[in-house]
Design a protein around this ligand. Structure first.
Ligand SMILES: Cc1ncc(COP(=O)(O)O)c(C=O)c1O
Length: 383
């Protein structure tokens, strides 16, 4: 059976041209970028070219890019890097990715104060809530650019203005936006932005942190003087080169948005008691998160997988129990509604035929699962 991929917010396939360049770089540009011989120089040149490409992607100076192992490390470097240099209070949104939320939880265990600002029913942070959470000792505000589960794009320029006025460093997790929708750190007024290569056609294991000139960071890793002493460790030159190349070949997101809309409308037209979670205008062009009343999201993920479609539910499985998504709960959904939600996230390779096939599979899966659960409630199914 053919399988189709609708889970691009989890990760993306490596773009074919990126794969070619990656294997060429691994085979031929294998020098250590810190070595002074020919091989080291070649690696250094490739690394610096990648730095320029990534800096162009987000509108900064190449010297403001620190390569990391991915989004998680970039988030951790931003948060611990700022706090260890200048201890203080932190403000984060309630819908951050675990890479930020669990870093904040660790800060709390270390005795730092962290305030979590809520979101509205639309999944958007209100900049005035951030302003109200400010304290005299606030050292960092961290609010993601776009949410990975529901796709809502946050008003980061407005939040950056609040931070600037208060003289507080502002970090945004741009893992779901950089390489996908236009991002310009200067226009947005960001001090720090996390980027992850595998969300836009580069391999896993490469990411970057934009660090505005003048923002001081304590490194996370102790070792050599790589990355202007901000991130020790021999650089992943093939990964950086792949991310630089992927940065320049973003897909046609208008087309992806049209397919997402077709999918969403097709599902809403044909499935009763279904609804979209989060703001439908201020969101990533590739994402829709849909609630199917009376159905477990996990069961939908399995039912769709059996029909050849890979999607995701926002819920996490911890110690055998399915936990409802913290993002949907923060928006005010009940645990039951949060558990009945499914995320569809599209990418450049998805086609209209695949979308139409997926709509059919959703219709079949929902009616099958609802039939079973009705029979179950009536006692007609023995388990
Ligand atoms: C919003 C967001 N932040 C951070 C991460 C972590 O990035 P990485 O997988 O590169 O460590 C992800 C990955 O799912 C994400 O969606």
């Amino acid at each position: 059976m053919q399988h189709y991929y609708f889970d691009h917010n989890a990760t993306t396939p490596v773009a074919p041209e990126v794969l070619r360049s990656l294997s060429e770089a691994m085979a031929e540009v294998y020098g250590n970028a810190s070595s002074i011989h020919h091989f080291g120089q070649a690696a250094k040149q490739r690394l610096e070219a990648a730095r320029r490409e990534v800096s162009r992607l987000i509108g900064c100076d190449p010297r403001e890019i620190v390569f990391t192992s991915g989004g998680t490390e970039a988030d951790n470097l931003a948060i611990f890097g700022v706090l260890r240099k200048r201890p203080g209070h932190v403000i984060a949104s309630a819908i951050e990715h675990p890479a930020v939320l669990n870093a904040c939880a660790q800060l709390e265990r270390e005795g730092y104060g962290v305030s979590y600002v809520p979101v509205g029913g639309d999944g958007i942070v209100d900049p005035d809530d951030v302003r109200r959470a400010l304290r005299n000792d606030t050292a960092l505000i961290t609010v993601m650019h776009a949410n990975n589960e529901i796709g809502t794009v946050q008003p980061v320029a407005k939040i950056a203005a609040v931070a600037r006025e208060a003289g507080v460093v502002f970090h945004s997790d741009g893992v779901q936006t950089a390489g996908r929708i236009p991002v310009n750190v200067r226009e947005l007024g960001l001090d720090l932005l996390s980027v992850s290569g595998h969300k836009f056609g580069a391999p896993k294991g490469i990411g970057a942190l934009y660090v505005r000139k003048g923002v001081e960071l304590q490194p996370l890793l102790y070792g050599g003087r790589h990355e202007r002493e901000r991130r020790a460790g021999t650089e992943n030159v093939p990964g950086a080169a792949a991310m630089g190349l992927a940065a320049g070949i973003a897909g046609d997101w208008n087309e992806i948005a049209a397919l997402r809309d077709r999918l969403e409308q097709g599902v809403l037209d044909r499935v009763p008691s279904a609804g979209v979670n989060g703001d439908i205008l201020r969101r990533l062009p590739n994402t829709t998160n849909i609630r199917f009343d009376g159905i477990e999201g996990e069961a939908m993920v399995i039912a769709l997988d059996l029909r050849g479609y890979a999607v995701s539910s926002g819920s996490a499985c911890s110690s055998g129990a399915v936990e409802p998504s913290h993002v949907l709960l923060a928006m005010g959904l009940s645990a039951e509604d949060a558990r009945s939600s499914v995320r569809f996230s599209l990418g450049p390779a998805n086609t209209r035929e695949q979308v139409d096939g997926l709509i059919g599979a959703v219709v079949e899966s929902v009616s099958h699962l609802r039939r079973i659960s009705t029979a179950f409630v009536r006692g007609a199914v023995n388990v």
